[in-house]
Design a protein around this ligand. Structure first.
Ligand SMILES: [Mn+2]
Length: 602
């Protein structure tokens, strides 16, 4: 039993065991679990969460051919010798034999050391202040008057095609950023002259109260979302005109601009009576997007929680993965954990649970490739899954062999990617250019492939021929926040590269403090890219054709963490096992501290 398994942050309890918080519950749960395991003739390990103490994995039962219990031991986290003795005493059956650790004796019960945090009301107030200040500054610099309104329209609830089936609503991200409003059908405004914020709520029909619950008074929204005033949406025209103290038509700054990831435009607010206003479409979008790039402490706390619960869920999946399962079972375990213990009803994106050669399909998991393969001994799994908590997301990828043991080829590719991942995180700090980080990752992967005999020749020449993009066709990472691909990657004055790999970058910016960006290098064996490069006269010589043949059905590896840029470096917000030895140990049943201090280079 290694000390590091104890989940370092908690002090081992001292004094009388009986006074430990959770003591009585812990013992009761242990008794019941042991008795259950005995009754049902199961090989079992159980996890018990003892109040304020750490997670304890308790006892194994295994059975001989005749189904007689042959082992019982209380193992793993020995918080104190006394505690173990008490558990022994309370166990239903007992054996003097040495505990065995079998692959099968791994916990199927889950628990969590986390609970969903409260969202501070000031979060959206602070976001609004930031946008207001930024907009006022811009107007001053461009010699324009400091009046008018920022006006945003929130999202509308949708039904499934022609039916009355309501899709679960998720607020539009810019609206969520400024107002935090969960409900559909709202408008929100900020008065540039006074800084006052106003929400406009939809006037709901009396029938609403019958089918959907009590109709909330306007004061409820005013209090909940910390705005100055709330009116109904059918009052917008009168209210805005009433608040405008200048001559002429009131000026509205509306949200209109390109999302550089989707190439879609955000939809400016529309309402009846708009002709009574002047509208301005060019100013707000770049300012609002730029504000979203830099995260406040409150925002960081939510992104951290989304990371914590998702990290824990990834470990849970790792522990429970068995050869012969379906990919969607891994997805299901992740969704269960993040919802059950984190209250995360939404994911940041559709789970990618790819095994075997599917792991070379970058956006696997969509409806036409729905995580439905049965995976086999020897397969790698690539799991890209992240929960969203109160609008703020996470984006995490773990790659591991489904049987829990890396082969030498799997280690070669995995360690190449891990080395790139770690090198980038260590190099990150304000002023560093993201394009350089992408190239750094490419170079390290190519060097490792050369070392492993997959590639031949000079790595700088390979870089010049853009061969990094053959193995990593996607960008190194993207901003993360309310959107998985958070906006602001290509502000005015920046340009997207046309070169392979680099053209897929979702940002080309210099890093600055308070940016949260994913670091997700990958190495994939994709025929559609490999074959042309291996056949190409000028690049063919760099590939060891025979060795690459071995990787034909390998798929790929991606390692993805969410990283905060700090004043002097960076902080990895994701906390999952990355070293091969850690992954293998966890898959063999060793515990993992869910909130082990994340590595940081600052
Ligand atoms: Mn990502």
């Amino acid at each position: 039993m290694k000390k590091k398994n104890m989940g370092g942050r908690r002090r081992p309890p001292t004094g009388d065991d009986q006074r430990w918080p959770g003591y009585a519950t812990g013992i009761r749960v242990c008794k019941r679990l042991v008795s259950h395991a005995t009754t049902h003739r199961r090989t079992n390990t159980v996890s018990v969460f003892l109040g304020d103490l750490s997670l304890i994995n308790v006892c194994l039962l295994t059975y001989d051919k005749d189904e007689r219990p042959i082992e019982l031991s209380v193992v793993l986290l020995k918080l104190a010798a006394k505690m173990d003795n008490v558990m022994y005493k309370n166990a239903v059956c007992k054996s003097e034999r040495t505990p065995v650790e079998t692959k099968e004796a791994i916990s199927m019960a889950s628990s969590s050391s986390l609970s969903p945090p409260k969202v501070p009301k000031e979060l959206y107030f602070i976001n609004r202040e930031k946008v207001l200040n930024s907009l006022r500054q811009h107007l001053t610099e461009t010699s324009r008057p400091l009046h008018g309104f920022v006006l945003l329209q929130g999202g509308e609830e949708q039904t499934r095609y022609c039916t009355d089936h309501l899709e679960l609503f998720r607020q539009e991200s810019y609206f969520a950023y400024l107002f935090g409003v969960r409900e559909p059908g709202f408008y929100g405004t900020i008065d540039i002259a006074t800084g006052k914020s106003i929400l406009f709520a939809p006037r709901l029909p009396p029938d609403y109260a019958v089918w959907l619950g009590k109709i909330k008074p306007l004061s409820y929204f005013q209090e909940k979302y910390m705005v100055n005033m709330v009116y109904y949406t059918d009052e917008i025209v009168g209210v805005l005109q009433g608040h405008y103290k200048e001559p002429g038509k009131p000026l509205l700054f509306l949200l209109h601009g390109l999302n550089t990831d989707s190439n879609n435009f955000s939809k400016p607010a529309q309402f009846e009576g708009m002709e009574k206003f002047e509208t301005e479409l060019n100013t707000l979008h770049p300012i609002l997007s730029e504000c979203r790039v830099f995260k406040s402490d409150h925002e960081l706390a939510l992104i951290q929680f989304a990371n914590d619960i998702s990290s824990e869920a990834h470990v849970e999946v790792m522990k429970k993965t068995r050869v012969g399962m379906k990919e969607y079972q891994m997805e299901s375990m992740f969704l269960h954990h993040t919802y059950m213990y984190g209250g995360c009803r939404h994911c940041s994106y559709t789970c990618i649970c790819a095994t075997g050669e599917n792991s070379a399909v970058l956006h696997y998991g969509h409806v036409a490739a729905p995580n439905d393969r049965t995976f086999e001994d020897g397969d790698m799994a690539l799991l890209d899954m992240g929960a969203e908590y109160q609008f703020y997301g996470s984006d995490i990828t773990c790659s591991f062999p489904v049987n829990g043991k890396f082969t030498s080829d799997q280690s070669l590719i995995y360690n190449a990617v891990l080395k790139a991942h770690n090198a980038v995180i260590n190099a990150m700090k304000p002023g560093v250019c993201w394009v350089d980080m992408h190239k750094l990752a490419e170079k390290i992967i190519l060097e490792s492939l050369k070392k492993g005999g997959v590639m031949v020749g000079n790595v700088d020449e390979m870089m010049a021929a853009r061969l990094g993009a053959v193995f990593m066709p996607h960008g190194l990472g993207h901003f993360l926040g309310i959107d998985t691909h958070d906006p602001g990657g290509y502000p005015k004055g920046t340009e997207r590269s046309k070169e392979p790999g680099l053209k897929s970058l979702r940002t080309v910016r210099e890093l600055q403090e308070r940016m949260v960006i994913t670091v997700e290098p990958g190495c994939y064996f994709i025929d559609a890219l490999l074959v042309p490069a291996m056949e190409n006269e000028s690049t063919s010589k760099f590939f060891n054709h025979e060795v690459i043949g071995r990787f034909k059905d390998f798929g790929g590896v991606r390692i993805e963490s969410d990283v905060l840029v700090t004043a002097n470096g960076s902080k990895n917000m994701t906390s999952v096992p990355r070293e091969i030895s850690d992954i293998e140990a966890i898959m063999a049943g060793a515990p993992w501290p869910s909130n082990k201090t994340a590595p940081s280079n600052s």
